[in-house]
Design a protein around this ligand. Structure first.
Ligand code: SF4
Length: 511
């Protein structure tokens, strides 16, 4: 674990309730927006209750002032920065380079997240990177801490002292459908195994979903601290979210109507009181703290929320109904009896509705890629022989491309993971090319980037073995990062020549 600081001491002290607040830098290196953020930091430091200011990293996929720029100024004011570390714009070498830089500069609290898909910037749409996902990045950080850094390249053994961070990860308990929610929890289990130290939730307003997350973690014997997100939207932002303009957020209609009425009667305090009630209920439910945020909030607003929540805390349970805004038709992991009045009855998980679609691919895979059966042995020998001849390699690669392009829209990544995603190709099917489960950006099963398409991982879930449970899914080994030296080569040859991920420790199949 990294050196302790005010934030980590508070977070890991079970007697203490931790407040953090989210700062959102925009485009530009200075100006009024930056001045306001620093002014907020100065007031927060003087107050002393906020233990960290989290600083977003190109939020919403837009270019913005880098988080460490504000982070270093916030720290010099005397308050701990919690830097968001978003993976959408960084390849693995840039990730490593940033980690060295942050460590050198003494930033020890990082929140690891995939990030929203990049939006248009200079001269148009930015190139999405997503080289490592959040699970793989957490593994990299753990390996950098434990001295188990792995490079497949010869003579590239690491030569650096271990570096340590307090590593946070995110989860959304607020997904509306079974497939999306199951992936959120399964991926959370991957992140925990990959070395996350704390969790911050996505924003949401369904108390039963907060309870569901707590109960799920308790059942999994996960004791790490969880900060619940308490976001205070203005009417403009609430309307924007309700229209589905923020990836992964389903904003409840009833809450929007309430905010509209409050705005109409000029009652600005109502949203702060609601936030204070949320804070005290979440405290009562056993969360380690809250992650506060909201556009246009001054420090006086935040002070009001903290003060009022203190007043409300002794009777927190009576405010539960006031701040509970479930979305209609939400799927809950636990049946109603265990989450109070929430939810529909759960009749077990129901993955595998379209499982039959992968049966022919499974049969072919077993025939050709499961030695020691005879066809696999012969095909393996053939592939290895082809690997020694350039024309034969080209011919086999062309054949593979032809077949797999028709069947799977193959992009010839050279390290096939079809068996790990129920014979659906993540390179062509997922715009973020995620290998270890869904991001948080889907909304009612629709993809964040192409809302007219189903989320790739929802499609995978619909083909998963119907006997699978969430915990089984979450306990599968995760896939390591792609080796880009294999790109545009034959995955068949790579498989049989021991070059792909199947030959690394812990290879898995989810099919
Ligand atoms: S080789 Fe790569 S790009 Fe082609 S189907 Fe397999 S995973 Fe997809």
């Amino acid at each position: 674990m990294a050196t302790q600081n005010n934030f980590s001491r508070s977070l890991f002290n079970t007697e203490e309730f931790t407040f953090t607040f989210e700062l959102v830098p925009g485009q530009g290196s200075g100006g009024r927006r930056v001045d306001r953020l620093l002014d907020f930091a100065r007031q927060a430091h003087a107050d002393g209750r906020i233990k960290a200011l989290s600083i977003t990293d190109n939020p919403g996929g837009h270019p913005a002032l880098a988080p460490h720029a504000i982070g270093s100024e916030v720290r010099s004011i005397g308050i701990q920065p919690l830097l968001h570390f978003s993976l959408k714009d960084k390849n693995r070498n840039q990730i490593e380079s940033h980690l060295f830089f942050y460590h050198r500069k003494g930033f020890s609290n990082l929140l690891i997240l995939g990030g929203d898909f990049p939006r248009p910037g200079y001269y148009g749409q930015a190139k999405p990177v997503f080289d490592l996902d959040s699970v793989q990045t957490l593994c990299l950080m753990r390996d950098m801490e434990e001295g188990t850094y792995h490079s497949r390249a010869p003579h590239r053994n690491p030569d650096f002292a271990p570096i340590r961070f307090h590593r946070g990860c995110v989860v959304s308990p607020f997904k509306m459908t079974e497939a999306e929610q199951v992936w959120q929890y399964a991926k959370l289990l991957y992140k925990i195994r990959a070395g996350a130290h704390f969790i911050i939730t996505q924003l949401g307003y369904d108390v039963c979903k907060f309870e569901e997350l707590s109960r799920f973690l308790l059942e999994q014997e996960v004791t790490m601290p969880v900060l619940a997100n308490v976001f205070v939207p203005s009417l403009t932002v609430a309307r924007y979210m309700a229209k589905g303009q923020v990836p992964g957020i389903v904003f409840p209609d009833r809450l929007l109507a309430e905010i509209e009425q409050e705005t109409e009667r000029g009652d600005r305090e109502a949203r702060l009181v609601r936030a204070a009630k949320m804070v005290c209920v979440l405290r009562g439910l056993g969360f380690a703290g809250v992650h506060l945020g909201g556009n246009g909030l001054s420090f006086d607003d935040v002070r009001f929320i903290m003060d009022t929540s203190e007043e409300f805390t002794p009777q927190w349970d009576r405010y539960r109904a006031d701040i509970h805004f479930p979305g209609g038709g939400t799927w809950y992991y636990y049946p109603p009896a265990r989450t109070g009045a929430c939810g529909r009855t759960r009749i077990g998980l129901r993955p595998g509705r379209h499982r039959a679609a992968q049966i022919p691919h499974r049969i072919m895979h077993r025939l050709l890629f499961s030695p020691p059966n005879l066809p696999s042995t012969l095909f393996g020998a053939f592939c290895r022989k082809c690997a020694h001849s350039r024309p034969a390699t080209l011919l086999l690669r062309t054949l593979e491309k032809l077949i797999k392009d028709i069947l799977f829209s193959c992009r010839m990544c050279g390290d096939c993971t079809l068996t790990d995603s129920t014979y659906l190709c993540p390179q062509s099917g997922c715009p973020k090319n995620l290998l270890n489960g869904a991001c948080g950006g889907s909304r009612n099963e629709a993809c964040e980037v192409f809302p007219d398409r189903a989320c790739f991982w929802v499609r995978v879930y619909n083909r998963v073995d119907p006997a699978a449970t969430l915990v089984q899914l979450g306990n599968l080994p995760h896939l390591p990062p792609k080796d880009w030296s294999l790109n545009q080569t034959s995955s068949w040859i790579n498989f049989y020549c021991g070059r792909d991920h199947h030959h690394l420790p812990g290879a898995s199949t989810r099919g």
